[in-house]
Design a protein around this ligand. Structure first.
Ligand code: LLP
Length: 421
């Protein structure tokens, strides 16, 4: 469910025409619908109504502070993986008591900062990390609240590169070492054991892998309790997939996901923590781009647009599918041609789609790449010295640029010439 639709023949975000925004801010740009973001977090919250939950939005999916602010106003917490993301979450008004810190490589500086902020939980991913966190906490006279992220050895996720719960993956502590690690952690003066954490992957489109992982977690909680360990929280991570339109993949509704969890994890009598990212913001964003050329190659016909892989790397990195539609609906009824939709970057992988059936689109026409709100802007780069593109947030009939396009001078401001040049 999202708020992008044709009105009067033109694609709108809520009540604002994307042509209006394009004329104002230039192309390409990301456009987010605030109503869609709010709707998604509310659907997730409603699915767990009556349960003790902390819904910690996974900031990496879309870290714009205004986006986080929308979620903060809905009562969400945050899942962060760096000191920078922690600062963003705090700047957006998320209380430290609703923030969990994940990631395999937290530095001592990041740990010290998170401890001084007073975050809810560190999700610890290895024994050396445990020792470092203990030392940092002791040096500050603090106790770090932790869960171990356990690796359940379950295969999940829409692509090999976004699967994290197999034993070959770098994530989490080994399943068969978990009880020993909990015993060790309990003896450390700077550590306070709070719970168990698991996250198995992203864009997971069926319930079975969640079920396998969560059953293992429930067994572990029982075993830890039998060992005398107090477990008051279980963090089930993120990963619930979304529909990317034409692919035909229809992931379970949050209500079905919640049904599974209520059956397996709710009986544990713990606070349930979730780290959803994609399902909150994915369908709340589109990437709007302008056609530069319609190029007839010797074997294929290319629609060359002004957005590129540096703006949205998901197709190049994971063969991800983003539906492409014209902003002008009149084009939708025209006879179709098969385009390879590509950007201007000098790489063959700078391709958004192959053989896309679209009306012939003249230079200057606008198109939208759908479902671009998650891992779009957040994974962008300035490759080919292309500026990061603006992000626009729509709320009803108004909109605001929530990140503007940098100038060339700003893009190069951090570079310094050595004195021998
Ligand atoms: N928690 C942890 C510990 C994570 O590593 C992630 C995502 C999430 C939560 C949120 O997962 P979500 O609900 O968004 O699936 N760049 C890739 C996705 C990478 C996901 C990384 N971790 C993509 O564009 O598909």
């Amino acid at each position: 469910m999202h708020h992008f639709e044709y009105r009067g023949g033109v694609l709108h975000a809520e009540d604002v025409s994307l042509e209006t925004i394009a004329a104002d801010v230039g192309t390409p740009f990301y456009c987010y619908s605030e109503a869609t973001i709010r709707r998604h977090i509310r659907v997730f919250q409603a699915a767990f109504k009556g349960c003790d939950t902390l819904i910690a939005y996974s900031v990496k999916a879309n870290p714009n502070i205004s986006v986080i602010k929308v979620l903060a106003s809905e009562g969400a917490g945050a899942d962060v993986v760096s000191g920078g993301e922690l600062k963003r979450a705090r700047a957006a008004g998320i209380p430290a008591s609703k923030i969990v810190f994940s990631g395999v490589g937290k530095t001592r500086e990041e740990m010290a900062f998170a401890l001084s902020e007073g975050i809810h939980q560190f999700n610890v991913e290895s024994e050396p990390e445990l020792d470092a966190l203990n030392e940092v906490a002791v040096s500050k006279g603090a106790k770090a609240p932790i869960a171990f992220r356990v690796n359940p050895d379950v295969k999940a996720g829409g692509h090999e590169k976004i699967s994290t719960g197999k034993k070959e993956d770098k994530f989490g502590v080994a399943w068969d070492r978990a009880r020993d690690l909990y015993a060790r952690a309990r003896a450390l003066p700077g550590i306070e054991v709070k719970g168990v954490d698991v996250h198995i992957g992203s864009q997971i489109a069926e319930l079975a892998p969640f079920e396998a992982a969560f059953n293992r977690v429930a067994d572990l909680v029982a075993a830890l309790r039998a060992d005398g360990c107090t477990i008051e929280r279980v963090d089930l991570g993120g990963g619930l997939g979304i529909s990317y339109g034409e692919t035909g993949v229809e992931p379970p509704h949050p209500d079905e996901y919640a049904g599974l969890i209520k059956r397996i994890a709710a009986p544990l009598g713990v606070q349930l923590i979730f780290e959803p990212g994609r399902m909150i913001v994915g369908n709340a964003g589109v990437l709007v781009s302008r056609v530069i050329y319609d190029k007839e190659g010797s074997a294929r016909r290319f629609l060359i647009i002004d957005a590129a892989m540096n703006d949205l790397i998901r197709p190049a990195l994971y063969d991800a599918h983003h539906t492409v539609i014209p902003v002008d609906e009149a084009e939708a009824d025209a006879s179709k041609v098969a385009y390879d939709v590509v950007g201007p970057v000098c790489e063959s992988s700078d391709r958004f789609g192959r053989d896309r059936a679209l009306p012939a689109l003249a230079p200057g026409k606008l198109i939208a790449l759908l479902t671009a709100g998650a891992y779009g802007a957040s994974q962008a780069s300035q490759y080919n010295t292309r500026p990061l593109i603006p992000e626009v947030l729509v709320n009803g009939a108004r909109y605001a640029v929530i990140r503007r396009r940098p100038t060339f001078e700003e893009m190069t401001a951090l570079e310094e010439k050595p004195d021998w040049l």
